[in-house]
Design a protein around this ligand. Structure first.
Ligand code: KIV
Length: 287
């Protein structure tokens, strides 16, 4: 596909029934690899708190950290759309404070859109942000910033009432101007019904195969994060093992003088070397 991905591209993909692919990226190197591989959306998720910064959950992540990582991602892509998560408490205190935080992310980070967790409670804010010309992606179902309210990372919207609330939230986000919605850890049948009921794309994670697109945490897909492996994630390779083996080979080769070889070294010009050795010898004789 030619050109950069934008919200119009995503809407067209939904109408053509073309699946949208999204992965998380937290730095320049991975943004570059994922973009070159053809990913549609790079999400600078606040999951970076857990997989890149080593926090217990996403709650400690700050606007400054999101800004720092988004800037790095935004230097590494050509085609994909870059979306940044607004971290916990950056949009809950007041709409004014939220608009300030969203505004500075959009002004200075290089992202093309922001993602906010929540339904009815943030619909008014979503309207204000989209009215300011800033694209918003919603996030419903398991919203990790509400971890303590949920009492864990369990399946959401299992019952009729919860399912109804989720559908209403999705419709309200769409009406408020959201351009897409992430559905996390909800029954596949519900995600399919919500997807059919919206004109904007849904991006699923643990929401079955019938969303308009899929997202995974890249570190899970690559087997880099072992602390927590959700059932809905699929590990496509074991980068932790591959990197571990490469590093062990390096350690062994350095310890046994196998690396570096002349191939990895630089030589001094013969005349320069002779002159330098004579200079040293002379210096030693004089002292
Ligand atoms: O923070 C994140 O990585 C996310 C995705 C899992 C959707 O929100």
């Amino acid at each position: 596909m030619a050109g950069r991905v934008n919200i119009q591209t995503l809407r067209e993909m939904k109408s053509r029934g073309e699946r949208i692919t999204m992965l998380t990226a937290y730095d320049y190197a991975f943004a570059n690899i994922l973009d070159e591989a053809g990913i549609d959306i790079l999400l600078v998720g606040d999951s970076l708190g857990m997989v890149a910064l080593g926090y217990e959950d996403t709650l400690p992540v700050t606007v400054e950290e999101m800004m720092h990582h988004t800037k790095a991602v935004a230097r590494g892509y050509e085609r994909a759309m870059v979306i940044t998560d607004m971290p916990f408490m950056s949009y809950q205190v007041s709409d004014e404070k939220a608009l300030e935080n969203v505004g500075s992310i959009m002004k200075f980070s290089g992202a093309q859109a922001v993602k906010l967790e929540g339904g009815a409670r943030i619909v008014g804010l979503v309207k204000k942000i989209t009215d300011a010309g800033i694209p918003v992606m919603g996030h419903l179902g398991l919203t990790p910033q509400s971890l303590h309210q949920f009492g864990g990372y369990g399946l959401q919207a299992r019952g009729v009432d919860e399912a109804r609330v989720l559908l209403d939230d999705a419709l309200a986000l769409e009406a408020a101007g959201a351009f897409a919605i992430v559905l996390e850890k909800v029954p596949a049948e519900l995600a399919e019904l919500v997807t059919a009921g919206l004109s904007i794309p849904t991006i699923g994670i643990g929401a079955g195969p019938n969303c308009d697109g899929q997202v995974l945490v890249t570190n899970d897909l690559l087997g880099m994060f072992e602390k927590f492996t959700p059932k809905f994630s699929k590990q496509y390779t074991n980068l932790r093992a591959i990197v571990g083996e490469a590093v062990q080979s390096y350690i062994t080769e350095v310890r046994t003088d196998v690396f570096p070889t002349p191939e990895h070294s630089y030589s001094m010009d013969k005349n320069v070397l002779d002159t330098f050795i004579k200079m040293i010898d002379k210096g030693l004789e004089e002292s």
